[in-house]
Design a protein around this ligand. Structure first.
Ligand code: HEC
Length: 163
């Protein structure tokens, strides 16, 4: 009887650890890695979008650069949802501006991400067409796609201390 309950208790501990492992995913250092990788991806996205805007501001854009950048933006936009696994928000001692709403309203968040991808696809088409006016239009539309998600799902810098 004593042995049975001991085994039972041990099983309980083991399953509790497994459940925590699933929910908390990779542990504190794993979460830090996920958050830092996410922020790096966003910095690349930001640099690439800026490069496109710079080219779009020229009367003769370098279309090889524009096409490579647009391709990259589209690939990043399609990967974006995977940068936000459950449990990679605030509260792990890692600075992140990812608001809890991302996981509380997953369908809304997914909609903003899809919208960005759609705009990135239109941008790539404009890049392939070598049409400067279309490029400017689509680059602006992409920028609005970034801003609208940031307004809703990215915390203001001065709120960082809340992590
Ligand atoms: C679906 C929502 C969403 C979209 C669309 C989006 N972002 Fe973000 N972005 C975020 C969130 C959330 C963060 C905060 C990430 C964090 O701190 O962990 C962020 C952070 C960033 C950062 C700061 C990275 C750092 O240094 O910490 C940059 C730069 C950025 N985004 C650029 C862009 C650009 C450019 C676009 C459009 C091409 C874009 N984002 C589209 C949600 C989005």
């Amino acid at each position: 009887m004593a042995i049975t309950s001991g085994v039972g208790r041990r099983m309980l501990v083991i399953s509790a650890v497994l459940v925590m492992g699933a929910a908390g995913s990779a542990g504190a250092s794993g979460i830090a890695q996920i958050i830092h990788a996410r922020q790096n991806h966003f910095r690349t996205l930001g640099r690439t979008a800026k490069s496109i805007r710079d080219q779009a501001g020229r009367s003769h854009p370098n279309w090889a650069v524009v096409e490579a950048d647009a391709d990259r933006v589209e690939r990043l936009a399609s990967a974006l949802p995977s940068w936000f696994p459950a449990g990679s928000g605030q509260g792990h001692g890692v600075r992140t501006r990812a608001r809890p709403a991302i996981w509380a309203e997953p369908r809304q968040f997914a909609r903003f991400a899809r919208r960005l991808l759609h705009r990135a696809q239109q941008l790539r088409q404009a890049a392939a067409s070598h049409d400067v006016r279309a490029l400017r239009l689509r680059a602006r539309s992409l920028g609005r796609g970034c801003d609208s998600c940031h307004r809703r799902f990215r915390a203001h810098r001065s709120w960082w201390h809340l992590w």
